[in-house]
Design a protein around this ligand. Structure first.
Ligand code: NAP
Ligand code: HSE
Length: 432
C-alpha cells in the first residue's frame, strides 16, 4: 500500500482532533502501518465555518457520496453523530467495502449488532473505541486485555458532565441547578444536557460495555436508568456523614448466567477507587474472576483525548488491512442474554424519610423492615425544627430489590410517614 486514505463524516470537535493527530503523529503512524495516512474528504454542513485547521481545497464536501462512494477511500471515520441517517451512511460505506471507525455511542447502543453483522458480511472492520469513555481504551481493555478472564462486575463513571456536577455539589455544597449552569458556561455540558443528566448517555455506554464484557447482546432497553436531577445537597451531606460519596454509577453485574445493568446515582464507600474520580474525569472499575480488581481512568471526552481512541482504531484497521484479516474482529456473543429477576438483584440501600415525631414510629419502621428480613446497618434521626417532623436517614444491610420495593410500598401507606425524600443504592462494599 502506498498510502491509506481516510474519509471523515463530520469535522467538528472530534473530527478536528483526528485531523490534528494524523498530522502531528504522522511519523509514528507511518512506522506502525508501513505507509502514510491522509484525509481525502470530510463531510460537513457548512463549508465556510472556521475550524481552526489548515484544510486543503477540495477536502470539505456537503455530499455524503463524496466519502461513501469514493473508491480511493479505505476507511470511513464517522464523527458526525446522529442515529438513523448515520446508520444508513455506514451501511452504505460497508457495502462499498470501506472499513468504519465511529465515536457514536448513540448509534452503537441501538444499532451496533446490525452494523457489526454488515461489517463481517462485507469483510470489513468496524471499531468504536471512542464511543465509551472517550480517551480511555476500555473496550479494547475488555475485549483484548481481559480476553482470558471472566468478568463479573463493571462499575463505570462514564459521563463527565454528571461527574463534574456531583463533584462540585459534594465539594462546594452547591445545588444541582447552580452547578449545571456553570458546567454549561464552561462548555462541559451540552446546550441540551437531558441525555447526560437523565442518565441516557451513560446507559448507552453501559449497554455497549456489558455486551462486550459479558459477551451477550445487552440492549439499551435492558438498562434500568435514573439520572441525577433529583439529587439534593442534603442527600450528599448525609451520605458524607455515613462515609459515602455520591456518583452516577453505571453498574453491570453477572451472577452465574444472569446479568443486571443499571445507571443510577449511588453511594460508594469513600475508600472505593471510584469515589476519588472527580470533576469531568471518567473511570471504569472492572472485576475479573482471575485478575481481581482493575480500574481504567482518564478523560471521557474532549477533542484530542477522544481522537486518540478514533485514530488507534484506525491503526488497528490498517494493521488488519496489511495482514489481510479485516472483518474478523467482531466475535458473536458467546451467551444468550439472561437478565436477573427483581428477587435476584440485591444491594444495600440509603433511605431518607420525613416522619411525624410521635411515639412508636421508629418501632413501626423497624418492624416493616424486619418483616421483610431487612435490617439497618446505620440510622440517624434529626428533628426538623418548626415542621413537626423528624428526618430519619438509614442505610440497610443487603436486601433483595423485591423486598426493598415492598418495604417502600408499605412505608408509603403508613400514616406517620410524611414523605420519602430520597432512596439510593449503596454499592461497592464488595469486590466481585
Ligand atoms: P460536533 O462538534 O457537533 O461535530 C459534528 C460534525 O459533523 C460537524 O463537523 C458537523 O458539520 C458535521 N455534521 C453533523 N451533522 C451533519 C450532517 N447531517 N451532514 C453533514 N455533516 C454533519 O460533534 P463532536 O463533539 O465532534 O461529536 C461527534 C461524535 O463523537 C458524536 O457521535 C459524539 O457522541 C461522539 N463523541 C464526542 C465526544 C466529545 O468529546 N465531543 C466524546 C466521545 C464521543 P459542521 O461543522 O459543518 O456543522
Ligand atoms: N456528554 C458526554 C459526557 C460526552 O459528558 O461524558 C462524552 O460522551
Amino acid at each position: 500500500m502506498e498510502s491509506i486514505s481516510i474519509g471523515l463524516l463530520g469535522l467538528g470537535t472530534v473530527g478536528a482532533g483526528v485531523v490534528k493527530i494524523i498530522e502531528n503523529h504522522q511519523d509514528k503512524l507511518a512506522h506502525q502501518i508501513g505507509c502514510p495516512v491522509k484525509v481525502k474528504k470530510a463531510l460537513v454542513q457548512d463549508l465556510e465555518k472556521d475550524r481552526g485547521l489548515a484544510i486543503e481545497d477540495g477536502i470539505l464536501t456537503l455530499d455524503p457520496e463524496d466519502v461513501l462512494a469514493d473508491p480511493e477511500i479505505d476507511i470511513v471515520v464517522e464523527v458526525m453523530g446522529g442515529i438513523e441517517a448515520t446508520k444508513e451512511h455506514l451501511l452504505e460505506a460497508l457495502k462499498n467495502k470501506k472499513h468504519v471507525v465511529t465515536a457514536n455511542k448513540d448509534l452503537m447502543a441501538v444499532h451496533g449488532p446490525e452494523l457489526l453483522k454488515a461489517a463481517s458480511a462485507n469483510e470489513c472492520d468496524l471499531f468504536y473505541e471512542a464511543s465509551v469513555a472517550g480517551g480511555i481504551p476500555i473496550l479494547r481493555g475488555l475485549v483484548d486485555g481481559l480476553a482470558s478472564d471472566r468478568i463479573t462486575k463493571m462499575m463505570g463513571i462514564v459521563n463527565g458532565t454528571t461527574n463534574f456536577i456531583l463533584t462540585k455539589m459534594t465539594k462546594e455544597g452547591r445545588t444541582f441547578d447552580d452547578v449545571l449552569k456553570e458546567a454549561q458556561d464552561l462548555g462541559f455540558a451540552e446546550a441540551d444536557p437531558t441525555a447526560d443528566v437523565g442518565g441516557l448517555d451513560a446507559a448507552r455506554k453501559m449497554a455497549i460495555m456489558s455486551t462486550l464484557g459479558f459477551s451477550m447482546n445487552v440492549d439499551l432497553s435492558d438498562v434500568k436508568v435514573k439520572g441525577i436531577t433529583d439529587v439534593t445537597a442534603e442527600d450528599i451531606e448525609y451520605a458524607g456523614q455515613f462515609g459515602y460519596t455520591m456518583k452516577l454509577i453505571g453498574y453491570a453485574h453477572r451472577d452465574g448466567e444472569k446479568v443486571e445493568v443499571s445507571v443510577e446515582p449511588a453511594l460508594l464507600p469513600n475508600e472505593h477507587p471510584l469515589s476519588s474520580v472527580n470533576d469531568e474525569y471518567n473511570a471504569v472499575y472492572v472485576y475479573g474472576e482471575a485478575v481481581g480488581e482493575t480500574m481504567f481512568y482518564g478523560p471521557g471526552a474532549g477533542s484530542l483525548p477522544t481522537a486518540t481512541a478514533v485514530v488507534s482504531d484506525m491503526v488497528c484497521t490498517m494493521k488488519n488491512m496489511r495482514l489481510g484479516v479485516t472483518g474478523k474482529s467482531a466475535v458473536n456473543p458467546q451467551f444468550e442474554k439472561k437478565l436477573k429477576e427483581r428477587e435476584e438483584i440485591s444491594s444495600q440501600y440509603f433511605l431518607r424519610l420525613h416522619v411525624q415525631d410521635e411515639i412508636g414510629v421508629l418501632a413501626k419502621l423497624t418492624s416493616i423492615f424486619s418483616n421483610h428480613g431487612v435490617s439497618f446497618e446505620k440510622i440517624l434521626q434529626n428533628p426538623l425544627n418548626g415542621a413537626g417532623y423528624s428526618e430519619i436517614v438509614l442505610v440497610t444491610h443487603k436486601a433483595s430489590l423485591d423486598h426493598y420495593e415492598d418495604i417502600l410500598m408499605e412505608l408509603k401507606d403508613y400514616h406517620a410517614i410524611h414523605s420519602i425524600e430520597s432512596s439510593y443504592r449503596v454499592e461497592g462494599g464488595e469486590k466481585g
